[in-house]
Design a binder for this molecule. Structure first.
Ligand code: 5AD
Ligand code: SF4
Length: 469
């Protein structure tokens, strides 16, 4: 049994990571029969981990079922970015407890970010002894062995390492989308923004080698993928932990030269965004004009307390450069309101920033205290009521710009990667523009999986309507 601690999670790594290839113990291959249900919470990194988890479970012999009440094994891939993410998973655990009272053989497991929280593990040991296993983010590749141990020993297994392990390559993968593929380029984060739990739950920053990434991209091109989405908590730090001297700009250029039609990357920390990166992004048309650039706050005082390492002036210089150099660049962001002691003036600075940037998309949140992070200990004089009001006010402003940006596209022609038939609109297809806008449009089913030209005929806050040309 390995249990995580916040103290250990806070330590920085000095030694280089060893690359290892995933290998399933041949004795476990298709050893079990039964069904599984996997529930995924949180970000794209978790969604992609779930694609690996599904493949690992299927190598063990389990088959996926849609209804968790019909499964022999239920696994929750959890998120801990804000308190309500934890609450959702605990709510699900409540339902699973009832299910387990009726079906004693049901196996319930937890993985993902909550598995790395010291407090969550303490709660599981004290109050949730019926949970069969927990596997951490740093040793997800051990999932098949942990499940085998649960089945053979019938004892609770908790295998969570506070610190990242070596970098494991070649995990099996069952991708959800046949046209657009997630590709991890860097794991973890070293920024330690004061509100954020990610550096504790995902460990220190570790980049995959360019060779491993390019091999994966080549493979995806061969399989007919139209788009890769490069993933990392902070992709702009790519390569900094490696001794090879290459960075995100070099990686993007190499991938652009493969001629894959679309390349996206998320998430970018402004502090690590260099001019060299902007030049490469501007040079290649297959690097999408869509950048997720979280600002978090429009106030320099708040940014300082958040440990974001840039001022609003620096953010705006970067923002302006991207807009000037990359044609039609859409910029989206994340904003937190109600950070401890955020004043009305600080909040007004955030509104002012939004009015200047007119973001194409913005994810807005109320600050949530995460135990183990420095901001959780900061004094806070802002009431919940004020925080709610600020969020509402901010949402009104950001929504107005989503609509305005969409309206600006009326009558123009956009390139759309067609994902399938629309569930909401009969007879319509849906897809995404290169600026990540959702568009429903009238077209032929044979267009699915391709990039087609579409005329924009209607614009709403959250989506566009169109007609294929
Ligand atoms: N409270 C509220 N929002 C948070 N985020 C990260 N940590 C917290 C927190 N403790 C937001 C940030 C980040 C996004 C992924 O989630 O805006 O960019
Ligand atoms: Fe969290 Fe992002 Fe800051 Fe890293 S850069 S600590 S993931 S908010």
């Amino acid at each position: 049994m390995h249990l995580p601690t916040y103290k250990e999670a806070r330590t920085m790594n000095k030694k280089p990571y060893e690359r290892k290839a995933f290998l399933l113990n041949p004795e476990l291959k298709h050893r079990y029969q039964g069904t599984y249900h996997l529930k995924t919470y949180g970000c794209q990194m978790n969604e992609h981990d779930s694609e690996n988890i599904k493949a690992m479970l299927e190598e063990l012999g389990f088959l996926e079922v849609e209804d968790y009440e019909k499964a022999d094994l239920v696994l929750l891939n959890t998120c801990s970015i804000r308190e309500n993410a934890n609450n959702k998973a605990f709510g699900m655990l409540g339902r699973l407890k009832h299910l387990k009272e009726e079906n004693k053989g049901l196996i319930v497991g937890i993985c993902g970010c909550m598995a790395q929280e010291e407090k969550v593990i303490q709660d599981i040991l004290d109050k949730y002894q019926w949970i069969n296993f927990v596997v951490g983010t740093n040793n997800l590749y051990q999932l098949p062995e942990v499940i085998a141990k649960v089945i053979e020993s019938k004892q609770q297994q908790i295998e969570v390492y506070s610190r990242e392990q070596d970098l494991v390559e070649q995990l099996p993968v069952k991708r959800d989308n046949p046209y657009s593929a997630y590709v991890n380029i860097i794991y973890g984060c070293d920024k330690f923004c004061t509100y954020c739990i990610v550096p504790y739950t995902r460990g220190r920053q570790r980049s995959r080698t360019m060779e491993d990434i390019l091999n994966e991209v080549d493979h995806l091109i061969h399989e007919g993928y139209q788009e890769v989405i490069l993933l990392g908590q902070n992709v702009n730090a790519y390569g900094k932990d490696l001794a090879y001297g290459y960075d995100l700009a070099d990686l993007l250029e190499k991938i652009a030269l493969t001629k894959i039609p679309r390349i996206r990357f998320v998430t970018s920390h402004p502090w690590d965004f260099t001019d060299k990166m902007i030049d490469v992004i501007s040079k290649y048309n297959n690097i999408c004009p869509s950048i997720h650039l979280p600002v978090q706050s429009g106030s320099n005082q708040v940014l300082k307390r958040m440990g974001r390492r840039y001022t609003i002036e620096q953010y705006l210089t970067l923002f302006d450069k991207l807009k000037a150099k990359k044609k039609n660049c859409a910029i989206s962001t994340d904003i937190i309101v109600g950070f401890p002691n955020e004043t009305e003036e600080d909040f007004m600075d955030t509104l002012k920033l939004v009015e200047y940037c007119k973001f194409d998309n913005a994810f807005t949140f109320i600050f949530s205290k995460r135990e183990g992070t420095p901001a959780a200990k900061m004094k806070d004089n802002v009431s919940d009521e004020i925080k709610e009001k600020r969020l509402q006010q901010l949402n009104e402003v950001v929504n107005q710009y989503f609509l305005e940006n969409n309206q600006a596209l009326l009558g123009t022609t956009v390139d759309v990667l067609v994902m399938g038939t629309s569930e909401k609109k009969d007879g319509y297809l849906y897809g995404y523009t290169d600026t990540m806008k959702l568009i429903n449009f009238i077209g032929e089913k044979s267009m699915i999986g391709k990039i087609v030209r579409v005329e924009v005929i209607d614009a709403k806050t959250w989506s566009l309507d169109g007609r294929a040309l």
